[in-house]
Ligand binder design. Sequence first.
Ligand code: NA7
Length: 542
Amino acid sequence: MSIETQIVDAVIVGAGFGGMYQLHRFRNMGLTTRVFDKASDVGGTWYWNRYPGARCDVESMAYSYSFSPELEQEWQWTEKYPTQPEILRYAQHVADRFDLRRDITFDTKVLSAHWDEGVGRWRVKTDGGETVEAQFLIMATGCLSAPKEIDIDGAASFRGPTYATHSWPHEGVDFSGQRVAVIGTGSSGIQTIPEVAKQAASMVVFQRTPNYSMPAQNRPLDPDEIAAMKAKYRDFRKAQRESGFGVPVPQPTMPAGMDTADGRQQKFQAGWDEGSLVAILTSYTDTLTNATANNYAQEFIRDKIRDIVDDPQTAEDLCPKTYPMGTKRPCLDTNYYATFNRDDVELVNLRRTPIECITDKGVKTTDAEYEVDTIVYATGFDAMTGALTRIDIRGKDGQSLRDVWADGPVSYLGLSISGFPNLFTVTGPSSPSVLSNMMVSIEQHVDWISDCIQWMNDQGHTVLEATPEAQEEWRAHVEVQGNLTLYPQADSWYMGANVPGKPRVFMAYIGGVGVYRVVCDSIAAQGYYGYVTDGASAMAAK
Ligand code: NA7
C-alpha cells in the first residue's frame, strides 16, 4: 500500500529540547509541522541516557526553558543539579503543557532528506515508509546523540550482558552480586562508576585517558533559593544570554601568573567548593589560552586527586597530565575519585596495558584477562556531526552532506550549510553549542531560525541559502578563535579525535554565547548578510 506524500511547511528531526521548542515556535507562527524522533517519547539525550548517576552538569534552574515565564514559575526543581529522571519529567511536562505530541511521530527514524530544486522542498523519508515534503528542514538532532561504534576487537564474543550508557534499559539494571567492567572515563563513566560500584560485587574500570573532574557539591534546593531565583528570573535569563558559557559567572580580572600562589589556591579552592563546571576555568583570564596558566589549575586538581585517593599508583593513574584542563570536556562527579578507595574497585590504566580484545569471559589487556559478568560501555559519541551524517542528506545538485563534510564540518554560523537551502541545524558545528549551557544555545538558535523564516515569509522569499563566501568567512573566524586557545591540543571529541578516521577540526565556536548572539542578530539586521534568497516571483514554488 502506498502512503500519500504529505506536504507541510516544516519537518523537524528530533524531539529533544531543540525540536520541542522549534515546534512550539512554528505552531505560533501558523506553520504546519511534522516532527520525527526515533525515541518513543520526547526528551532527546535525556530519553536515552538513563544510566545510574546520569545528571546534568548545569544547575537545574539555569538548565530550563526561558521562553515561558509561566512554565518557569510553575515547575519545581528539587536539586541543584537535576537527575536524568527529573529532566525527562520536565520535558514530558512541557510536551503536555504545550500539547506538542500531536505533531510528533515517535519510534520513527528519518532515513533521508533530499532537496528537490524543482519544487523548492525537502523530500524526507522515514523508516516507517512515510514520505513528507517540507519547505523547511530543521535538524534538531543533538550534538551528542549518535553513539560511537565500539572499536574494540571481539566485543561480540562476550557471553554476559553488555550495556551502553547512551542507550540504557528503561527498566534499569540490577548489578547486585555482579563482577562489572566499565570501559570509558568521560562524563558518563565518571557519573555512573560510583553508583554501579555501590551495587556490584566488584568493578574493574578501564581508563584510557583520565579526566579532570570536580565534585558537583550537589544538594537539595532550598525553597527560599527557588523563590529568590523565581523572583529574579527575567534578569537571570538576560545575564545567561549575555554570558560566555550560558552560565553567568563573575568575569575574571587578571591572568593567573599575576596572582600569588596563595591567591590562586584560594580561587581554585572556591571553585572546587562551589561545584561548578566553569568556576575554575573562569578564575583567570588566560586559563584556556596560556599553557602555564592552565597548568596551575591542572596542578590544583591533581593535588586533590592525590589527597583523595589512598593508593599512590592509582592516584597517579587518575591524574590527567597529557592535555590542558578544560580542553576535553571537564566533569562534575559525586564521589568519583573516592570510589577507587573501595577494596572491590580496581583501575586499569590502558596507557600502560592496552586492551587487546574482549573475550567470551571479559576484557583482555596486554597484561591480564579480567573475568567479569557484565560490561558497561561508556565510550562516547560521534559528536556534533554523527547525527547529521548518518542521515542521507542531499542538497543542491544531489550533493551529499557526508561528501561535503568529508574533511570536517563546514557551516555558516552552525545554522546553515551552503548548498543546502532552507535547511537549518539547531546547535550545529561552529556554533557555541557544547561549550555552553545547551538550553541557552538551543533557544537562541530556534528563535533565530523562526525569525528568519518569518522574515522570509514577510518578504515573499521562499528559498534562502548561505553563500560559500560567508560560510568560509565564518569557518576561518571559528578556526582562528579556536587556535587562540588550548583546545586544539587535546584529542577530544570537540576535535573529532575520539572517532578513528574522523577529520581533526575544532567543531565549536569559542567566542561565547553573548558575542555569538550579537553576531547572529547583526546578520539578521543586515537583511541576512551572507545569505541569498529567491525573489517574490518564486512564491509559486510553495
Ligand atoms: P566521552 O567523554 O567521549 O568519554 C568516552 C570515554 O570512553 C573516554 O574515556 C574514552 O577514552 C573512552 N573510550 C572510547 N573508546 C575507547 C576504547 N576503544 N577503549 C578504551 N576507552 C575508550 O563520552 P561520554 O559519554 O562520557 O560523555 C560525552 C558527553 O556527554 C560529555 O562530555 C558531556 O558533554 C555529556 P579517550 O578519552 O578517548 O582516551
